[in-house]
Design a protein around this ligand. Structure first.
Ligand code: RNT
Ligand code: ZN
Length: 418
């Protein structure tokens, strides 16, 4: 009852700025968040190859209870989904395949993902996909699609081709387009002399990999750049400029921006309005870099708000795809999903509650005083009351009520794993 009452009050307060809270809620009903499976097992995967996480990635912490197989991981995600309102997708990696015997990356097939597909159908969600170019002997020297070793390069091209087909299969099966996101770790630790040849090879590998036309309703490819990784501090083949150029040339592709893949002071929120002038669609990897690409759990910070505002202000609802990408092994992994997902959903709602037309007009009229005054006052407007109401109508716990349920799950399920 208080939730409803607070909502009515908030509705009145927002109306004073010309904001219709019901409309913001309607807009939220169309927003989909792609939730990454790899938070649930510290980017381990189920190949049982004995390979440990590499490719410049690191999940720190050893909180007990991580998922040991696909059923546990899906169970954990299903639990987390109970606490996250709105439309969701699951984001998985090729390394999360299910097979009775060892299946190498150049042998994977759609059927290895039927467990995920069946679960997605039950959950009535779509699935995004990622080829896995790390934690594998053929990635051990730090080069995959840009490798100078022709056998290795071909191996990863074959992997990419197969992943595209798997993504297409998933899209057809679930009825929701699946994004196939390509990120490779390739790069050098130290001063690099020939920066061109690896990029030429990457370009050739991508050209070969995406040559086959697939069902565009079922799948689309995305490419993700990075500034540096652990062990590739000096040179990364797939830089921002590389993929930006590649997407300009191959307009059907999505450009992926990961919040942790730029210089520490460089914000992806400020890139969106420029890039959207030139590309068709974008994929965001919402993450939280702390001092480096550290993949901390997403919190409601200024950058998250700026990202959501850019999506809403630019009217990019149908051209923007939002996914999470972080892996924190130092806290309850289900809570990590819930916190980051709820923050992203809540901040999107907050962005929809902005009196955009009013602010745009003040700016155009040169009334910069109003622009600053209103944006600052808005920071203490009661978006929380609208969010609580949104949770309630979506039948998910209001405020921190989800935490006790996650603790119960930890006691009854997670603590029994070792
Ligand atoms: C790595 C990229 C990439 C991965 C996931 C696991 O720096 O951000 O997106 O985090 O694919
Ligand atoms: Zn990423």
């Amino acid at each position: 009852m208080t939730t409803q009452k607070s909502y009515e009050t908030a509705k009145e307060i927002y109306a004073s700025l010309g904001v219709d809270t019901d409309k913001a809620i309607e807009a939220m009903k169309k927003f989909t968040l792609s939730i990454h499976c790899w938070q649930g097992d510290d980017v381990g995967g189920f190949e049982n190859s004995g390979a440990s996480l590499d490719g410049g990635l690191a999940a720190t912490g050893n909180y007990p209870g991580k998922a040991r197989n696909a059923n546990e991981l899906r169970g954990d995600m299903t639990k987390a989904f109970e606490f996250i309102p709105g439309l969701k997708k699951a984001n998985i990696h090729a390394m999360y395949l299910e097979a009775d015997k060892k299946v190498d990356r150049d042998e994977i097939e759609p059927k290895h993902f039927d467990g995920w597909v069946n679960w997605a159908k039950e959950q009535k969600i779509g699935i995004d996909f990622n080829p896995t170019y790390f934690s594998h002997p053929k990635a051990a020297d730090g080069f995959t699609l840009s490798s100078a070793d022709e056998g290795i390069r071909q191996f990863w091209v074959e992997h990419t081709k197969r992943c595209r087909k798997i993504s297409e299969y998933i899209g057809i099966q679930t009825g929701v387009r699946s994004i196939n996101n390509i990120w490779i770790p390739d790069g050098f630790k130290d001063i690099t002399i020939d920066k061109t040849a690896p990029r030429e090879r990457l370009m050739r590998s991508l050209d070969e990999s995406i040559a086959e036309m697939l069902n565009p309703i079922a799948t689309v490819d995305a490419v993700e750049s990075k500034l540096f990784g652990i062990g590739s501090e000096s040179y990364v083949v797939g830089s921002h400029e590389f993929y930006m150029g590649y997407v300009m040339k191959n307009k059907q592709l999505l450009l992926t921006l990961d919040a942790g893949h730029y210089h520490p002071m460089e914000m992806i929120s400020s890139k969106i309005s420029t890039l959207m002038l030139f590309i068709v669609q974008m994929l965001l990897h919402v993450s939280r870099p702390v001092r480096w690409d550290s993949d901390h759990v997403v919190i409601m910070d200024d950058e998250l708000l700026a990202i959501c505002q850019e999506i809403v202000r630019g009217n990019y609802d149908y051209r923007m795809n939002v996914a999470l990408d972080y892996f924190d092994a130092s806290i309850n992994r289900i809570a990590a999903w819930v916190i980051g997902s709820r923050n992203t959903m809540k901040t999107m709602l907050r962005a929809y509650l902005e009196p955009y037309e009013l602010l745009k007009k003040a700016e155009a009229d040169g009334d910069l005083t109003t622009r600053l005054a209103i944006t600052e006052e808005l920071k203490s407007y009661p978006f929380q009351a609208v969010w609580d109401y949104y949770c309630e109508i979506n039948n998910v716990p209001v405020r921190d009520k989800w935490l006790a349920e996650v603790k119960d799950y930890e006691k009854n399920v997670l603590s029994k794993r070792n």
